[in-house]
Ligand binder design. Sequence first.
Ligand SMILES: Cc1ncc(COP(=O)(O)O)c(C=O)c1O
Length: 388
Amino acid sequence: MKVIPYGKQDITQLDIDGVVKVLKSDFLTQGPKVPEFEKTLTDHTGAEYALAVNSATSALHIACLALGLSKGDWLWTTPVTFVASANCGLYCGAKVDFVDIDEATYNMCPKKLEEKLIEAKVNGTLPKVVVPVHLCGQPCDMQKIGKLAKEYGFKVIEDASHAIGGKYHGKPIGNCEYSDITVFSFHPVKIVTTAEGGAVVTNNKKLADKMSLLRSHGITRDTEQMEGESHGGWYYQQIDLGFNYRMTELQAALGVSQMQRLDEFIEARHKLASRYNELLKALPIVLPYQLENTYSGLHLYVIRLDLEKISLTHKEVFDCLRNNGVGVNLHYIPVHTQPYYEKMGFSENDFPESVRYYNTAISLPMFHTMTYEQQDKVVQILTEVIKG
Ligand SMILES: Cc1ncc(COP(=O)(O)O)c(C=O)c1O
């Protein structure tokens, strides 16, 4: 039985030609392709600076470090995300806490964020960094989060791993109008891929310079940044403690080629989503909600089961779909319920909306090369499973 996956990359001959050309060139790393890929990101988002790195996880790490997150500080994010959105805080020695989700958008709830900030101000535990995640590609309410950031003095990293190509109030996700830094992921199941890969974008030169150092060992060849005189043409100095988080030229070439088709990718995803909306509307499930004035990147299409009207359990529906060739998934297991986080003192009931979401959500297959025939099959099997 051929399984319809929940997500899948689309690699064309043009992509392959782009990568092969790099393989035959002088540079497999640290050549011209990475800056070319970065330019596609600044051109698309309108942000001033873009830095490509080897994953969104690395991007989140250097973003946190550049914002000065360190021991004793707090990072807040949403429980409904991949663990990397929270782990970046721990890498910096900071403490991590969560803000429960909004029941309609499944993103960090701005009202709950405000309530938590009021309490934290009294307790002296205000966060230094907040990481809103544009889950499934649906933009968070950035105006509200940006306003709270000014009021309570925290920094904002948008985790847009799912959201390249989306828009908030008509402007591209990644323009950083309401944040300090935005992070993208280019993992193969995401909208645009570089195999593994990620990027940070920002409008702040100081942050861009700092992240540029951190992605490559904290080393500079810029004489203006050095202490004392350069010894000669070979000279570099380590002026910070960084990492090797660089993206290769091969990955960047794939990214350059993929970015040319971003609009096509997003359009195809929207056509599929509209079709799902129409074909599934009679079933006892909640379809994705779209926040006003936003355009989703539609990385994922998540439905919620109305379990009172379905004779099977959530797990039974999930298993039946998988057993019948529908490669569904669940994004995500709330981070605070992971054993590693429970050992820090979190318990399931801390963020009830996130747990309610987890107990009813299923990600249906969504990738832009999905055919209507494949989609009809998903709809048919889901309908049969739900109707018992
Ligand atoms: C919301 C979110 N943030 C961060 C990441 C980490 O991305 P990467 O695999 O590129 O490190 C992911 C990956 O699934 C993600 O979904």
